[in-house]
Ligand binder design. Structure first.
Ligand SMILES: C[S@@+](CC[C@H](N)C(=O)[O-])C[C@H]1O[C@@H](n2cnc3c(N)ncnc32)[C@H](O)[C@@H]1O
Length: 332
C-alpha cells in the first residue's frame, strides 16, 4: 500500500521533472560540464542564474540519473547528461527542448478538455493546428524541425536496411524534414535518385549537400494535401500519418494515390500498434498524438481502413530494429 501511495504521489508531481530538465537545457549545464565537473556556484556564475536554486534543480535531476553530484558538491556528466550536449552524435537536446516547450506542455495542461471533447486543445490555445502555427515562424519551425531531424537520425539506417530497394529508381520523401532519411537511403543505394518534398521554409535549411549522394537528389516545394509529383517508384511518408486525424490522413493518401502508377509503392513508416502488449513508448507517443495533434498510433487494421478509403492496399508490414514499421502500400 505504502509503495502504491508513494508511486501515485510521485507521479502526480512528475511534471517537475521536465520543468527542471528544461532549466538544465536552457542554461546548457551539460555543455558547461564538458571540460570537467563544476559546483552549482561555478555553473551559476557561468550561466547567470541564482546559485542556490540551480543547486536544488541539479540535485533533483541527479536523482533521475541526469548529472551526478560528488562528495565535494561538484556536478558531473552522466550518460543521460552527455546526450543533452549539442556537439555529440545522437544529441537529444533539440527533441528535449521541443518536448518541454510550451507548445507541448500547454495542451498537456488541458488534456482533460481533450478527453471530454475528443480533439486537441492545441488549436484553441495557439489559434491554429501545430503545423500551421509554426509555418514560417523561424524560431518555432526550427525548434520542431531540428527535433525531428535529430530523432530521425537514430532510426534512419535501421529503416533503410529493412527494405529491399531495387538497384535503380526514384524515391520521393514526402515531408521529409531536413532530408536526413533521404540522404541515408540514397547513400546506401547508389543507383537510386531522390526528391525531398517539403515546405519552402524547411527546405531552405536542408542537409542533402553530401558528396556521397551528389547529383542524385533534388528538392521540391510542395503541400501533400494539394499535389505531389507523379510517377515515382517510391513515395515515403515517415512519421506523417500518425499525427493526422483519419480525415486528414485520407486526404494525404488520396493525393499520393493520384500521383502513383500501378508499379509505384508507398512506404508508410510509423508505429504500427499491436493489438496486445503495446510498448510503453508507443503508448506515450499515442497520447502525445492525442494531446498535441489529433493524431493516433494506429493498428494494422486501422491503417488498412484509411488505405482502402484512398483506393490503396497494404502489401505487407515490415518491422525495423526500432519502434517504427514499414507498411508497403500499392494502388488497388
Ligand atoms: C513530424 S515531421 C516528419 C519529418 C520527417 N518525415 C521525419 O520522419 O523526421 C512532419 C513534417 O511535415 C512537414 N509538413 C507539414 N505540413 C505539410 C504539408 N502540408 N505539406 C508538406 N509538408 C508538410 C513539416 O514541415 C515537417 O517537416
Amino acid at each position: 500500500m505504502a509503495a502504491a501511495v508513494r508511486q501515485v504521489l510521485g507521479d502526480s508531481l512528475g511534471y517537475l521533472y521536465p520543468a527542471a530538465l528544461r532549466v538544465a537545457l536552457r542554461t546548457d549545464i551539460a555543455g558547461h560540464l564538458t571540460d570537467g565537473p563544476k559546483t552549482a556556484a561555478q555553473l551559476a556564475e557561468l550561466t547567470g542564474v541564482h546559485a542556490p536554486s540551480l543547486h536544488r534543480i541539479l540535485r533533483f535531476l541527479a536523482t533521475r540519473g541526469i548529472f551526478r553530484e560528488d562528495t565535494v558538491s561538484a556536478f558531473h556528466l552522466t550518460p543521460a547528461a552527455h546526450v543533452l550536449r549539442t556537439d555529440v552524435p545522437y544529441s537529444v537536446r533539440p527533441a528535449a527542448l521541443l518536448f518541454t516547450d510550451e507548445m507541448y506542455w500547454q495542451p498537456a495542461g488541458r488534456l482533460e478538455d481533450t478527453v471530454r471533447d475528443g480533439s486537441t486543445a492545441f488549436n484553441d490555445i495557439f489559434g491554429a493546428p501545430l503545423f500551421d502555427y509554426i509555418q514560417g515562424e523561424g524560431e518555432r519551425e526550427q525548434l520542431f524541425t531540428d527535433a525531428m531531424d535529430t530523432m530521425s537520425m537514430t532510426e534512419q539506417s535501421g529503416i533503410v536496411s529493412s527494405y529491399d530497394f531495387p538497384e535503380t529508381g526514384t524515391v520521393i520523401d514526402l515531408a521529409g524534414g531536413l532530408g536526413g532519411f533521404l540522404r541515408t537511403l540514397l547513400a546506401a543505394n547508389p543507383g537510386l535518385r531522390g526528391v525531398l518534398l517539403e515546405r519552402e521554409s524547411v527546405l531552405r535549411r536542408h542537409k542533402l549537400d553530401d558528396p556521397a549522394i551528389e547529383g542524385r537528389w533534388e528538392t521540391a516545394v510542395g503541400d501533400f494535401f494539394q499535389a505531389v509529383p507523379p510517377g515515382a517508384d517510391f513515395y515515403v511518408l515517415k512519421r506523417i500519418i500518425h499525427d493526422k486525424s483519419d480525415a486528414d490522413s485520407v486526404r494525404i493518401l488520396r493525393t499520393v494515390r493520384s500521383a502513383m502508377s500501378e508499379q509505384s509503392r508507398l512506404l508508410i513508416v510509423d508505429v504500427v500498434r499491436p493489438d496486445a502488449d503495446i510498448s510503453p513508448s508507443a503508448t506515450i507517443s499515442d497520447v502525445l498524438m492525442l494531446t498535441v495533434f489529433d493524431g493516433r498510433e494506429r493498428s494494422e487494421e486501422e491503417l488498412e481502413e484509411l488505405l482502402s478509403a484512398a483506393d490503396l492496399k497494404s502489401l505487407r508490414v515490415i518491422p525495423t530494429p526500432g519502434a517504427l514499421s514499414i507498411v508497403e502500400v500499392a494502388a488497388v
